[in-house]
Design a binder for this molecule. Structure first.
Ligand code: BGC
Length: 760
């Protein structure tokens, strides 16, 4: 069913033999980044085998003109792509005239390792060249967490079997492509390039939007630890610069090329200063040296792990899985810049464009709230506040009025920019996730100032949208919502999707509740918001109430369940387990027509609603709906299993919970969906965190208090993690029979375990 080739280790991801057929997947798995940029685990040296070159910079994107056969009003003009950017890692090797290329040489030994504790990618290999000489290398590479523009490589190598004439060529290359480009265009045009014997620099501009990026490198060559200068020849051409270092390599000597790169983009710096900035930063890193930078990197990661680590005692695979997820989330988003967000593939691949989806609010926020703290979480919310004017424009383009806001399903700068009409467009439920995140954040931090400062304005826009999107049905004498796609993308354009109707109703109610709160707590803020939003409180609040009292929510009394959509029971009812293995995943084997007509569910839809609004339903209602919907769910979205873990654990269906847990936590490591070569599923990694903390740990925030109802898989001896809750940092250790909760810092706090209060 899936690929298992990595060694199980609690802190490291290890590949201990050369698997060329899996290399593109490994390039994703061993990706490194620092929240501002990321790099797939491409080789430094030339590689002519199957590979996806990828180096990405946060905020630097390309609006690729939408490709559709027949244009219709309301289509997004472009799809925003995370841009493949400068290849800063490149180092070409030529040994006695032969180019080092692992696709051509005979690989005798190969070991690749991502050390998650240190934030460093290591690789050792030995190859036999056609001349009969052997080439042995040890490579370390990282992107600095502390210095957002810096990447560093130490490439140690030896030649065995005789002396050899070696050419080592560190280079910078902006002549890169995006494989997912709509029109096979190149996205960069060169501005300038230079190279000399110890440095190079290339500056380029994106063809649209005029982002400018300057990359500078410096390098050092050492023989047995001592710097030496080789014969150097530098050259450059449009978008490219290299320095070719030629020397005689002696058998028995160890050589090292250290390469320090600084990449500065106009997203962060003024264009006029880019070149100088990159040059200075590269010089500063070189001056510090590889060892000092590495030390800094290790201690930065130690500090981050102190806050965010989860320890699972008794299950090494599960342990590796959760750490891998936390590691990747941390290197995708650090929360220092409210203009950045968390793309579904982060900096590890092109698909999904690196843009922001509802994934952030629906799945990622809790991880960052609990492990990165309030400021980081708040920046995720402010991101959407800053996009409110665009969300209002998006809604206007579709014919909505009076400040109704429809947030985009896919975005870089607030504009809708998805590539796919039929699924994505009608997934208007995303608007609800953005409102839910405001609720979730306030519930978690008890920070109601956010509501007056930013939250209410967003909620008014969202509530206005829903109030206009519902329509009165004479036939039903209720408000209905037609033509939507729920989270289950295997049903498009349906009427009265229960999740969307329920969420929309809740959003309007919540907006009214927050309005009253701000009215009571901060009347002057309310006046400001009312006049800015031109909010007619009497008429609008009354209209909202009229709608929410009469929303149609489809259900089936006989089965005691809610209905995913009005016609769900008309479908032929089949179970996912009865699908022949060779037809799965169905999205790769069935026609779209067949999928849409089937009862198979891609990801939690009704159950997503039960997850968000757990307290609105009894455990019995949850059980009936879970038992009905889960067996029809094929979990073909990476976002699916986590919600099911949380619910299965609550219902004490521990086998199901554990099965789903492995699927979410090792989704990429074991390549369950056979697509890891395209990049990692970053946003679903936050779902893994939810599975552990909310699922097995049973953590909830209710009435301002933290609750735990641990229910661990039987073979887990204990589960430990830290939680940053309302100015206190807590160390939680849970097992099925015991618990230990300690306050490490902060104010006094009460925690409930299985309903019993513990004062800390
Ligand atoms: C899921 C969406 C999700 C998107 C990006 C899709 O496969 O169905 O819910 O937003 O991936 O992760």
């Amino acid at each position: 069913m899936h690929n298992k080739y990595l060694v199980t280790d609690e802190w490291r991801i290890i590949e201990n033999r050369w698997n060329p057929e899996l290399h593109q997947g490994s390039e994703s798995l061993f990706s490194i980044g620092n929240g501002f940029m990321g790099q797939r685990a491409n080789f430094e040296e030339d590689y002519s085998g199957q590979s996806l070159q990828g180096s990405y910079l946060g905020g630097v994107y390309y609006p690729d003109k939408t490709r559709v056969g027949w244009w219709k009003n309301g289509y997004p003009e472009y799809f925003a792509k995370v841009l493949n950017s400068v290849n800063w890692i490149g180092i070409r090797f030529e040994i006695n005239g032969e180019i080092l290329d692992l696709a051509k040489a005979k690989v005798l030994d190969f070991h690749r390792e991502l050390n998650m504790q240190e934030g460093v990618l290591y690789r050792n290999f030995k190859v036999e060249l056609s001349s009969g000489l052997s080439f042995k290398a040890e490579v370390s590479r990282f992107i600095s967490m502390q210095r957002k523009e810096i990447g560093a490589i130490q490439y140690s190598f030896q030649v065995e079997g005789g002396d050899a004439e070696v050419k080592v060529t560190p280079y910078l290359d902006f002549d890169v492509v995006n494989h997912d480009s709509n029109y096979d265009e190149k996205f960069w045009e060169g501005i300038s390039q230079t190279a000399d014997e110890t440095s190079s620099q290339v500056k380029a501009r994106t063809r649209k939007l005029d982002f400018e990026v300057s990359a500078a490198t410096q390098f050092k060559l050492l023989e047995n630890g001592t710097a030496f200068s080789a014969n150097s020849e530098s050259s450059s051409r449009d978008k490219y610069a290299e320095s070719c270092l030629t020397f005689k390599a002696h058998e028995g000597s160890i050589y090292q090329l250290q390469k320090f790169a600084a990449i500065c983009s106009s997203f962060h710096f003024g264009k006029e200063m880019l070149d100088q900035k990159a040059k200075d930063l590269a010089a500063e890193a070189t001056e510090l040296g590889f060892e000092a930078l590495l030390k800094e990197q290790k201690s930065d990661w130690t500090r981050r792990w102190e806050q965010s680590d989860i320890i699972i005692d008794g299950d090494a695979e599960a342990q590796q899985g959760i750490r891998f997820n936390i590691f990747q989330l941390t290197q995708t988003y650090t929360g220092e810049d409210a203009r950045l967000n968390i793309g579904p593939k982060g900096f590890t691949g092109e698909k999904y464009g690196g843009s922001t989806y509802w994934d952030t609010e629906a799945y990622c926020l809790p991880f960052y709230m609990a492990s990165a703290g309030k400021e980081v979480a708040r920046n995720l919310l402010v991101y959407r506040y800053n996009h409110l004017p665009k969300a209002i424009e998006n809604a206007e383009k579709l014919g909505f009025t009076n400040g109704a806001a429809l947030y985009p399903m896919v975005t870089m700068n607030g504009e809708e920019c998805h590539n796919e009409w039929e699924i994505t467009f009608e997934e208007i439920h995303r608007n609800g996730a953005i409102a839910y995140a405001i609720f979730n954040y306030t519930r978690y931090f008890g920070d109601e100032t956010y509501l007056a400062e930013y939250g209410l304005e967003v909620l008014i826009g969202i509530a206005r949208f829903w109030a206009q999107r519902f329509n009165w049905s004479e036939a039903k004498q209720q408000y209905v919502m037609l033509g939507v796609t729920g989270p289950n993308e295997y049903e498009n354009n349906v009427n009265n999707n229960w999740y969307t109707n329920y969420l929309a109703k809740w959003c309007i109610e919540y907006a009214a509740e927050v309005y009253k709160k701000v009215e009571a707590n901060d009347p002057s803020a309310l006046e400001r918001i009312k006049s800015k939003a031109n909010f007619n409180s009497t008429a609008e609040l009354e209209h909202w109430q009229e709608i929410t009292a009469k929303v149609y929510l489809p259900s089936d009394a006989e089965k005691g369940i809610v209905l995913q959509q009005e016609g769900f029971l008309d479908k032929e009812q089949r179970m996912a387990d009865d699908l022949p293995i060779e037809e799965r995943p169905i999205n790769q084997h069935w026609s779209w027509d067949r999928i849409l007509r089937s009862c198979f569910i891609k990801q939690a839809d009704v159950l997503q609603g039960f997850y968000f609004f757990e307290d609105h339903f009894s455990e019995e209602e949850l059980r009936r709906n879970f038992e009905f919907y889960e067996p029809r769910t094929v979990h073909e979205s990476s976002l699916s299993p986590c919600v099911h873990v949380v619910q299965a654990a609550k219902l004490n269906m521990m086998d199901k919970a554990y099965e789903m847990y492995l699927r979410t936590s090792r989704l990429d490591l074991d390549d369950y969906n056979r697509e890891v070569h395209e990049g990692l599923h970053i946003t679903s990694m936050a779902g893994t965190w939810l599975s552990v903390v909310e699922g097995f740990g049973g953590m909830r925030v209710k009435n301002g208090q933290l609750h735990f109802n641990p229910r661990l898989p039987e073979h887990w001896h204990s589960l430990s993690f830290k939680i940053n809750f309302r100015n206190s940092v807590l160390q939680i250790e849970l097992s099925n029979s015991n618990h230990k909760i300690e306050k490490l810092s902060g104010e006094p706090v009460e925690v409930l375990v299985h309903g019993e209060t513990i004062s800390l």
